[in-house]
Design a protein around this ligand. Structure first.
Ligand code: PLP
Length: 384
């Protein structure tokens, strides 16, 4: 299961690195994604030489922008940092004094508007940059007049989480963009996990978002990678406020705390290119075949079915990427999840009520048999 040399495995063990089979999916605290050999090779090549980081970030941003078909893009160390840097860019627009003052906001409103129905955990990333979240509407939705009124009161950006677009009676992106642009306020879209289908990379920019943020972890890139893309002037403002300006520019920019290394920058772009080139139909077919085989191998020991586990953690029918185990009770499901996690080769799954989700997207096909054995053994032990 581990692919490292014996001494490598020992070194990892000494550091508390306990390899697990990740049947949860892409989660930051499980390490995000595993990098492909192509991405790993690119990182290794980047590590072999020094290079100018300002040049690398400029050029890799151009390549990324051309790859996904948007005016401009810039690699950032993850989508959370991307949100903070995007908001910082809106608050400063390349103004040196303002870039040094953040999180103290000078000369512009600090308000960043968020629809109340869009309340979500990464909105927190606005605050370190000096933005102050101002909520509009209620938990069901927002009226156009409420958004307009908030913008009239003075705002520097709107944060719009793509995965909550149109939820309830909230204003969808297109309506938000129309109102925002009438008031000259940029819209920042958090599209962190909207990397599939792959045309979503450019879709929010085409729909009028001024800056869109993606996380590399969701397209098999580095856990600490991501990018911001969209309007060229605003991406330029991200460039101005990021860590490169602190070192080689005239101002002690706010973005210094979001530092990047050259291997991660390279990996973030190479992984995006590879993601666009992958045969995704074959990828999805692969999960389905494996899910069917696992269900067949589990047999009668527990009710198992091929299902789909979404990135916002819902169980739906398609496209199949997981096996859902259904138990008699919530307690039985928690017990199964805990036993699998505590096995000599830990298998981490997602408990959900009386069900347990075994997500295959992050599992090596070679580990499917380990998972099946662990499930059968656990269920048999319980029956004794
Ligand atoms: C994971 C995630 C982020 C944060 O991305 P990082 O690259 O891990 O910083 C932001 N927004 C959403 C919706 C996410 O799922």
């Amino acid at each position: 299961m581990t692919h490292s040399s014996p001494s490598g495995a020992q070194a990892l063990d000494a550091l508390g690195f306990r390899p697990v089979i990740n049947a949860c999916g892409i989660y930051t605290d499980l390490g995000g994604s595993r990098l492909s050999s192509l991405v790993w090779e690119a990182m290794s090549a980047a590590n072999a030489s020094f290079a100018s980081l300002p040049d690398l970030l400029d050029r890799s941003g151009e390549v990324l922008a051309a790859t996904i078909g948007v005016p401009a893009a810039r690699v950032v160390p993850g989508a959370s940092a991307g949100i903070a840097l995007a908001i910082a860019a809106c608050l400063t627009r390349g103004d040196g004094a303002r870039m040094e003052a953040l999180p103290e906001v000078i000369g512009v409103p600090d308000a960043v508007v968020l629809q109340r129905a869009h309340r979500y955990k990464y909105a927190r990333c606005v605050t370190p940059a000096g933005g102050r979240i101002v909520e509009v509407g209620d938990e069901r939705g927002t009226a156009e007049s409420e958004l307009t009124e908030a913008l009239r009161g003075g705002a520097t950006a709107i944060l719009h989480p793509a995965h909550l677009d149109g939820v309830g009676t909230s204003l969808p992106l297109d309506a938000v963009v129309a109102i925002a642009h009438r008031h000259d306020v940029p819209v920042v879209v958090d599209a962190a996990y909207m990397s599939f289908p792959t045309d979503l990379f450019g879709a929010y920019t085409r729909r009028g978002a001024d800056l869109t943020v993606f996380s590399a972890k969701y397209y098999w890139g580095p856990n600490a990678g991501g990018f911001v893309c969209g309007d060229a002037d605003l991406v330029d403002a991200v460039r101005a406020v990021d860590f490169t300006g602190y070192e080689s520019g005239r101002f002690l920019t706010f973005g210094r705390i979001f530092k990047h290394d050259r291997a991660t920058v390279v990996a973030t772009v190479v992984a995006a290119q590879e993601w666009l080139a992958i045969d995704h139909e074959a990828r999805l077919r692969g999960y389905e075949e494996r899910a069917n085989a696992i269900v067949a191998a589990i047999g009668a020991s527990v009710d198992a079915a091929p299902r789909s586990f979404t990135l916002d953690e819902r169980i739906v029918d398609e496209p199949v990427n997981c096996v859902v185990l259904t138990l008699a009770t919530t307690d039985a499901a928690s017990a199964l999840e805990a036993t699998l996690a505590g096995a000599p080769t830990p298998v981490l799954c997602i408990p959900d009520g009386n069900q347990v989700v075994v997500c295959l997207e992050t599992v090596d096909a070679a580990d499917d048999a380990v998972i099946v054995n662990s499930i059968i053994t656990t269920m048999e032990a319980k029956d004794e």
